[in-house]
Design a protein around this ligand. Structure first.
Ligand SMILES: [Zn+2]
Length: 242
């Protein structure tokens, strides 16, 4: 038996299926990650396919069967289609990176409302360009890493547990994590700037210094951190332009 489900969703990706249909990957509020088929979706006149398009925030009605890998969407309404993100390549790269993270690192059919709300929020902030898109993506990445259980310790030294503070020397070693200056024997390996930046991302503080290089380094650091914790994670194709 299939049940009829109404839920919000973000369209993460789509592929062609047969001569006429599409298979879409959706992150839904109530059912987490799912795949669904849009029959006749390759027809340019398909109204359903124009709503269930990549990066759109939509409301769907679907027939869901636990035993089935691919669900059937019966109708969809548009909530937002983020026109600015789609028209600017520097914005769409980061929006697609958000989709890629969700698609690659969340488990299918498990709802996570906190992350769903985070995705909707970050897409709307990127759309409205409230900050540099790399900073917005960095904030999301920090939040996402915490929510999937790999929170980075920015509070205390991993070796002596003394409090880490912005603007005081901090070092990072992949084998240890962030450690205070006293514990660090190696000279010239100071990560204070990176630490301060991550501290601002995590604590939702304003970013005062404008350095695109730092924003990119921050993202690369967080991606490498994730790679070191999750073997199957190979990075984000959407950010290959960085
Ligand atoms: Zn220490």
């Amino acid at each position: 038996m299939s049940e009829i489900i109404k839920t919000e969703a973000v369209v993460l990706g789509k592929i062609n299926y047969s001569d006429s249909s599409l298979i879409v990957s959706l992150f839904t509020r109530n059912n987490g990650l799912i795949s669904a088929i849009i029959k006749g979706g390759r027809n340019p006149k398909s109204k359903l396919a124009s709503v269930v398009d990549v990066l759109n925030h939509i409301q769907i009605v679907m027939y869901k069967k636990e035993s089935r890998d691919i669900q059937i969407i019966s109708s969809a309404d548009l909530i937002s289609h983020y026109p600015k993100i789609k028209s600017k390549i520097e914005l769409s790269g980061y929006a697609f990176a958000v989709c890629e993270l969700v698609k690659n690192l969340l488990v299918e059919n498990e709802s996570n409302e906190l992350i769903f709300n985070g995705v909707i929020r970050i897409l709307s902030l990127i759309e409205n360009e409230t900050e540099h898109p790399a900073v917005l993506f960095g904030r999301f990445l920090m939040f996402f890493i915490k929510e999937i259980g790999y929170e980075i310790n920015l509070e205390t030294c991993e070796l002596c547990s003394s409090e880490l503070k912005p603007d005081v020397g901090v070092n990072y070693f992949f084998s240890n994590g962030f450690i205070c200056d006293k514990c660090s024997k190696e000279k010239g390996n100071n990560h204070s700037e990176l630490f301060n930046y991550l501290f601002c991302l995590k604590n939702r503080k304003k970013i005062n210094s404008y350095s695109e290089k730092l924003f990119v380094n921050g993202i690369q650091f967080l991606i490498n951190y994730l790679k070191s914790h999750i073997e199957s994670f190979k990075g984000l194709n959407s950010l290959s332009m960085l």
